[in-house]
Design a binder for this molecule. Sequence first.
Ligand SMILES: Nc1nc2c(ncn2[C@@H]2O[C@H](COP(=O)(O)OP(=O)(O)OP(=O)(O)O)[C@@H](O)[C@H]2O)c(=O)[nH]1
Ligand SMILES: [Zn+2]
Length: 303
Amino acid sequence: MLTGTIRQGQGGIYEVETPDGVVEASLRGRLKRDERSGGKVVVGDRVDLESEASGEGIVWAIQRVHERTTLLERRSPGKAPRSKPIVANVDQVLIVFAAANPDPHLRMLDRFLVIAGSSGIAPLIVINKVDVKGEAAARAFFAPYEKAGYRLLFTAAKAGIGVDELRESLCGRLSALTGPSGVGKSSLLNAIQPGLGLRVAAISEAVNKGKHTTVTAQLIPLDCGGWVADTPGLRELGLWEIDRDQLQFYFPEIERLLGGCRYPTCSHIHEPDCAIRTAVAAGELDAGRYDSYRRMVLGEDDF
Ligand SMILES: Nc1nc2c(ncn2[C@@H]2O[C@H](COP(=O)(O)OP(=O)(O)OP(=O)(O)O)[C@@H](O)[C@H]2O)c(=O)[nH]1
Ligand SMILES: [Zn+2]
């Protein structure tokens, strides 16, 4: 028996990374029936394999899926909301934005942070292209995020700023990568490990060409151990639905103030004596972050 990690899966055949190398495996028995009824084995899943002799030599069968630590799912809105699992066992979500070129869209960053938070996965915010306007300016601009308690890394892919630190954060872990187009995701990955960005870009390209129904997430192995997952589904932000009354828990700086409002069921939108709105008025809570919260609660955060 072998234990491994699913790196890729298509048409019922899974590529599994094991201590003995990468093998191909397929589902057997109960797992196969589960698959038909909607239960899914996804990229990142840890699985037990058993070998079966066949005419073509040894074939591997997936016998058991280990319990998942986390699961990134895409939740589609609609009358019958469906959730589609994308990647299992992600340790951190890397959210890459540029300090400039393109200018950062903070309301979009907030949306990414809520998705990570609601999935129970630690986000790591990477601010790239700090060479354009300087690192000090970038740090000042993103100060509300540091204050909220998020971890930020400031990088410049070409100048090599922050690249070693980023590599260190990735080694030995399974990281999901996301962020808008043109912020330098591929450039950063190439700086970490030559050729890495190219592999990820090839996946994104297939997705952008509208083939995303057949392209699933893939784990790309790192030389230093661990993987980067390019998760096409994570980019389709409009399709993620988050329970509105849960949103307050995914803004850490709002969550810390909970309990201070007059009404225990306060939505922090219109009620009197709201601790959150009081903090915004006093300049203690970032007005932009609150605006994101408000728009998400009211369903006005489409972009
Ligand atoms: N000044 C500066 N330019 C950068 C930096 N990193 C990347 N770029 C440039 O920004 C542009 C976009 O970089 P990519 O690495 O392709 O960005 P991406 O996020 O992978 O873009 P998509 O593939 O569209 O998602 C390229 O012209 C890069 O040369 C940086 O740190 N500083
Ligand atoms: Zn309130």
